[in-house]
Design a binder for this molecule. Structure first.
Ligand SMILES: Nc1nc2c(ncn2[C@@H]2O[C@H](COP(=O)(O)OP(=O)(O)OP(=O)(O)O)[C@@H](O)[C@H]2O)c(=O)[nH]1
Length: 662
């Protein structure tokens, strides 16, 4: 089976232009309709001679559908394997070798990591039957695990990929349990067997010990070289059960993802459970009770390819004039308004681990930033949103993220995809406090408060108990570094719970940590003490009582709310000193002296000064060409754009985050 790319006239659907799959691959990314091409027996090399047939979804009843995800630790080769599967089934051309076509976002390409799960449908001939395989490529980093858990709701099975050199890592364990608890069929696959340093026998043993796989069922492949990849496709068809559903029952479909398309509104990724859905049909969102008319349905092949219909068991997309996050709620169930159904279980809301204030660089940019946020939130439902305001930065939001990388990627996407530049305040974890006498104070609505913004920590005399969030962490490392890891755990107020050999050399630690101690740079430190060999993952582990203190930062006597922090009493002095020192490094000298102070209550516990400086950038530029002067002034103006003025002091954007680093 070959493919032909054609562009259709939007009005009369006549073919305007066609190209073969080879050259078609070069126009990847543009809006082309893909057709399956049946090459006649007397096949001509000229694709224009071939007959074309549009993808007919009725060719794929439940028993011919397989829905699966690829899950693995970071960099174990998920996107590379997805590429090979797309090539092998002719969905993309082999000319696009190692392009990682499912990493579509600019931020994914720049950073070389997957941050957004992507669906692609493959059409695969096996033993004389044609199957529709719906593949979801997922991110590996812990900050994006919500994408993985949602993707699994659309699948009946997973490929668990393990690097043949690195072996089982912390996220491999976390992802295995996600799939195991969802009762999905797990196909174990060892990747990168082409590497000279591959250790297939050791890794097989790890997979046997930890996950109870039988050595014979572990497929050995090289996604990069394409070795053994066909076996993976066969295993998907043979081992993963087809989805359950009833095509004759009333419509029931789960919205498991959504993203914003500039001119068409929200595109929803849906997993069809029962019934069918087609253009022009009316659908109702079970939770919001709103009704919409379907404008388009289709499958990702690997870009959007419209189809006549989607049937029970299929995974595809739809457009229905949904415009905002409130309308396209991920986890909602779609049904026929005339035949309401019980909602599907949906998803547990994501639990934000770090909160930070997000403000426009300039208040005049507030409406633009609001609309950009609305659109990006459609792409990323794991962000927690609360309106916030600050005396210095004006109107903004306090957003909750799954980690600092998540926050960084979100802000980069705001800038790259929506041209919205933001200022982020110092991130903090959500604390809880129990207070007394709350009934008499209007702003508190109960005796237990969750503190998303450190400035709002009530006065110590009102607080009966402070609590800090905890996480259960998994660390996997060679046993040469046991001493270093244990001292790092202790240094971060961690409590070791378990230590287990996963093979002759590698050891897995389980430890409980205060979230505050690991959120910023724990992983960097872990990597540096283990020469880069350790991996790390964590999950929520509730709250624990703690002795907490608020640290306020003052610049020239004025308290800067955006830099306020809450710290454990035993660390408060160290944290305060570090923040003051970091600010001294970060804030450039200005025309007047700047005094930086850290205060606990009324007591100043750390102080640094930044001496005044001449700011005349042209001072050293005697005479000379005017263009040189212009260049210096331009450079100064550009530098200023990256600063935020608080009072009369210019603070670089990054300073708000860097103050937390050790
Ligand atoms: N030698 C070798 N390298 C491979 C193989 N598969 C993937 N790689 C390389 O491993 C690196 C990571 O591959 P990706 O496919 O981006 O890994 P990933 O799991 O999708 O990464 P994240 O999405 O960021 O978690 C890339 O440099 C690939 O070229 C393989 O079979 N052999």
């Amino acid at each position: 089976m070959d493919r032909l790319f054609v562009r259709l006239c939007p009005l009369c659907a006549t073919i305007l232009k066609r190209v073969s799959s080879e050259s078609g691959s070069r126009i990847y990314g543009k809006r082309w309709n893909a057709f399956i091409v049946v090459r006649p027996a007397s096949s001509s090399a000229d694709p224009l001679q071939w007959k074309t047939k549009k993808i007919d979804m009725t060719d794929f009843p439940l028993e011919r559908v397989r829905n699966f995800s690829i899950i693995a630790h970071v960099d174990h080769g998920k996107s590379t394997l997805a590429d090979r599967l797309l090539e092998l089934t002719g969905t993309i051309s082999t000319a696009m070798k190692n392009e990682q076509v499912l990493d579509k976002l600019q931020v994914e390409r720049e950073r070389g990591i997957t941050v957004k799960a992507q669906t692609a449908s493959l059409i695969y001939d096996y033993n004389g039957t044609t199957y529709l395989l719906n593949l979801i490529d997922t991110p590996g980093h812990v900050d994006f695990h919500y994408e993985v858990s949602r993707s699994l709701a659309a699948c009946q099975g997973v490929i668990l990929l393990v690097d043949a050199n690195q072996g089982v890592q912390a996220q491999t364990v976390a992802n295995f349990y996600l799939a195991f608890e969802a009762e999905l069929t797990i196909i174990p696959v060892m990747n990168k067997i082409d590497l000279k340093v591959a250790r297939p026998d050791v890794v097989t043993k790890q997979m046997e010990n930890l996950f109870d796989f039988h050595r014979d069922e572990i497929l050995r492949i090289s996604a990069k070289k394409g070795l053994g990849v066909e076996e993976v496709l066969k295993a998907v068809v043979e081992k993963i059960p087809p989805p359950k559903g009833d095509v004759n029952a009333p419509l029931k479909a789960l919205i498991f993802d959504s993203c914003y398309e500039k001119y068409r509104g929200a595109m929803c990724s849906i997993a069809m459970r029962d019934g069918s859905i087609k253009k022009g049909q009316k659908v109702m969102c079970v939770h919001s009770k709103k009704t919409y008319e379907i404008q388009e349905v289709g499958i990702m092949y690997p870009n959007e390819v419209p189809t006549e219909v989607l049937l029970a068991g299929h995974v595809g997309y739809l457009y229905a004039n949904l415009k905002s996050t409130d309308e396209a709620q991920i986890g909602d169930t779609l049904c026929n308004p005339k035949h309401p159904v019980e909602p599907l279980p949906g998803f547990k809301p994501a639990k934000a681990m770090v909160f930070a204030g997000i403000f426009p660089m300039d208040q005049s940019e507030f409406p633009g930033l609001k609309s950009a946020l609305d659109k990006l939130l459609l792409n990323d439902s794991s962000v927690d949103v609360n309106v916030d305001s600050s005396a210095a930065l004006g109107q903004g939001w306090r957003l909750g993220f799954l980690g600092l990388l998540h926050m960084d990627v979100f802000c980069q996407r705001l800038e790259q995809e929506y041209d919205a530049s933001v200022i982020i305040t110092t991130p903090n974890v959500p604390y809880k406090v129990k207070i007394s006498g709350a009934k008499n104070i209007k702003q508190y609505h109960g005796d237990e408060l969750t503190i998303l913004n450190p400035c709002l920590l009530p006065e110590a005399n009102m607080v009966v108990q402070y609590q800090e969030p905890m996480v259960l962490a998994t660390i996997i490392s060679p046993d040469d570094y046991v001493g270093e890891i244990i001292s790092l755990i202790m240094d971060r107020r961690g409590e070791q719970k378990e230590q287990l050999y996963i093979d002759d050399k590698r050891i897995m630690f389980k430890a409980v940590f205060p979230l505050n101690e690991i959120i910023v740079d724990f992983f960097d430190h872990l990597k540096s003490v283990t020469s880069g060999y350790a991996s790390f993952d964590y999950e929520d582990n509730g709250y624990r009582e703690a002795n907490l203190i608020k640290i306020s930062i003052l610049l020239n006597g004025r308290e800067v709310d955006e830099l306020t922090q809450i710290a454990h009493a035993s660390r408060a002095r160290t944290v305060a000193k570090r923040m003051v020192n970091k600010l001294k490094e970060a804030i450039p000298p200005q025309l007047f002296e700047i005094v930086i102070q850290a205060k606990i209550g009324a007591k100043v516990i750390a102080r640094e000064n930044i001496k005044a400086t001449r700011k005349d950038v042209l001072a050293k530029c005697y005479g000379g060409d005017i263009t040189r002067k212009m260049k210096l002034l331009r450079r100064q103006a550009e530098g200023k754009k990256k600063m935020r003025r608080i009072g009369n002091i210019d603070i670089p954007k990054e300073a708000f985050i860097n103050v937390l680093k050790r």
